[in-house]
Design a protein around this ligand. Structure first.
Ligand code: GUN
Length: 291
């Protein structure tokens, strides 16, 4: 099998999906509805700034209006929550995203405040609860962006999930927990691994699908010896090593073992970014009473 037949190209898939979403945004705009996302950034963390800038750029590319809200670090939590409350009741705002982490504030306190109908990250207790009880649809509900992007990618590339053993290395609310549920609902057997897992390689070797979102190179990386033949590898981990962006998998080395793999960059990242746009359109339709 050629290398290019193994690579799941999230970048070109996201571009394709963005074109059709752009049409949907246009048709909403023709009805006088301007999908609008408020992005809140607290503090000046350089990677958070970069994330927020790229989210704004993605929005403008497809006609979503974004509102950039910057709050200085050290602002009392009460004031941050007050700002969210105002946005909750602002009719023209359809989606609210608070870039995480919020320095000095427990993110649960922030997320709880966002109206579930505007929660484009899908992280609020209500939306997470709906995911847990199976009251959702992947493309019409507010599901966390990275797990949603991974599921769309796997489906588009025809990866069989039913009955397969999926090993997810991550247990966060943003990635591992929602992804576990989405894979389970596609009839996978799912194992979650994390930093305290003993003999992790014994578990990853059982995986038909291995998803890794660690981002702690050089301490943690996945080589061939940790994988079984024919595995589908999904790489979400990001580390900067000697100025180079790298994923959790040793890409060149594991190529011979995998049947499919996402590259880094150009794999899951663009799908996460796409999912935020799709979630903003979903939130717009929910708030405008269209769905
Ligand atoms: N920080 C890192 N990833 C994310 C994300 O997907 N959403 C938010 N709000 N903050 C993040």
């Amino acid at each position: 099998m050629q290398v290019r037949d193994k690579v799941m190209d999230g970048k070109s898939l996201a571009e394709r999906l963005k074109s059709s979403l752009r049409e949907e945004v246009l048709s909403l705009r023709r009805k006088g509805i301007v999908p609008t996302l408020a992005v809140i950034l607290v503090g000046r963390d350089p990677s958070s700034i970069k994330y927020v800038e790229s989210k704004k750029k993605d929005c403008s590319e497809i006609g979503i209006k974004s509102i950039d809200i910057r709050i200085p670090e050290g602002t009392p939590k009460r004031e941050i929550l007050e700002r969210i409350k105002e946005l909750n009741s602002e009719e023209k705002v359809h989606g609210i995203l608070v870039q995480l982490p919020v320095p000095g504030v427990d993110e649960k306190d922030v997320i709880r405040e966002i109206s579930p109908d505007k929660d484009v990250d899908g992280l609020s207790p209500y939306n997470m609860g709906k995911l847990m009880i199976g009251d959702y649809s992947l493309r019409e509900s507010l599901i966390p962006c990275t797990p949603k992007g991974v599921m769309i990618l796997l489906k588009e590339y025809g990866v069989e999930i039913k009955g397969k053993h999926a090993v997810v290395i991550n247990r966060s609310n943003l990635v591992g927990k929602p992804l576990q549920k989405l894979l389970l609902d596609e009839d996978a057997t799912v194992t979650i691994c994390h930093s305290k897992t003993v003999n992790i390689e014994e578990i990853t070797r059982m995986g038909d699908i291995v998803v890794s979102a660690v981002g702690r190179r050089p301490k943690f990386h996945i080589g061939s010896e940790m994988l079984k033949d024919g595995v589908v590898a999904v790489d979400i981990g990001m580390s900067f090593l000697e100025g180079k962006l790298m994923g959790d998998f040793d890409f060149e080395e594991v190529l011979e073992k995998v049947s499919k793999i996402t590259p880094m960059p150009g794999g899951v990242g663009p799908m996460t970014r796409y999912s935020l746009l799709e979630n903003t359109v979903i939130a717009t339709k929910i708030n405008e009473g269209i769905i």
